[in-house]
Design a protein. Structure first.
Length: 256
């Protein structure tokens, strides 16, 4: 059997020269990048610089829209009226696509950020609204969404192709949900544990939850959080270990 997986990272979120250097170090090991659109992090300069780096290394480019919440890095739940939510998401996708065009890139996927992503994973109506906005922009756009969540059904309902996402640096609950960040066990900081989790998800299509039970999933992409302290080390090590196991690192096949 031939195994292949996409390796993605949330980027364009740096706020210092040190964080920028870390993002630069991560890029060569990825096959896709989800780039902040300016509402939780980033600005025009950061967005375009990150897109250009992705182009340089042949990394797939996607927009990473969020709630308008820089103060909380987009990780605080917000209740926006549907009309406002549609406008916020649409504006981020359209503006990002324009930046990508200027940089000679083709945006081919969308992955919501932070609270917007997590809320949609458990709220089908919210996931449908976001997917409708994406479909109205481009019906051939790929959607990165949490494996086994409402993102999958919402993409199917709106005629979009879902790329089911799993996480290298997060632990799981019994329903395939991520352990909330407020839980002290949410984050995986040990690279060996991260390697073992990723290899099990890709090769066996299983993830072990905090209660010790294996749950089935079908990963299309593995995420590394770019703002994690050792994200550059995670990216390099995970790429090496996946390739050593004969697993191809490739951007998801587009419908284009």
């Amino acid at each position: 059997m031939i195994y292949r997986i996409d390796l993605n990272c949330d980027l364009g979120e740096y706020r210092s020269a040190h964080e920028e250097r870390k993002e630069i170090a991560i890029m060569p090991f990825l096959s896709s990048a989800n780039i902040a659109c300016g509402l939780h992090a980033g600005d025009e300069r950061v967005i375009r610089a990150t897109i250009r780096r992705a182009v340089e290394f042949g990394v797939g480019v996607g927009s990473h829209p969020s709630f308008p919440d820089r103060e909380n890095f987009g990780r605080k739940a917000m209740a926006l009226p549907e009309v406002k939510l549609r406008e916020v998401v649409c504006r981020q996708i359209e503006e990002f696509a324009n930046h990508a065009s200027v940089c000679g890139a083709n945006m081919t996927h969308v992955k919501a950020h932070g609270a917007l992503y997590n809320m949609a994973a458990v709220d089908l109506s919210l996931a449908i609204v976001i997917c409708e906005v994406i479909a109205n922009f481009d019906t051939e756009m790929l959607v990165f969404g949490l494996a086994n969540s409402n993102w999958v059904e919402a993409a199917e309902i709106t005629g979009l192709r879902i790329v089911e996402e799993v996480f290298s640096d997060r632990r799981y609950l019994s329903g395939s949900e991520l352990v909330p960040r407020v839980n002290q066990h949410a984050l995986i900081t040990d690279i060996v544990e991260a390697e073992q989790q990723v290899l099990k998800m890709v090769r066996q299509k299983l993830v072990t939850s905090l209660d010790g039970i294996d749950h089935r999933l079908v990963p299309g992409t593995v995420c590394i959080h770019g703002d994690s302290p050792e994200a550059n080390v995670f990216a390099k090590t995970l790429r090496s270990s996946l390739e050593r196991e004969g697993i191809q690192i490739l951007y998801p096949q587009s419908v284009r």
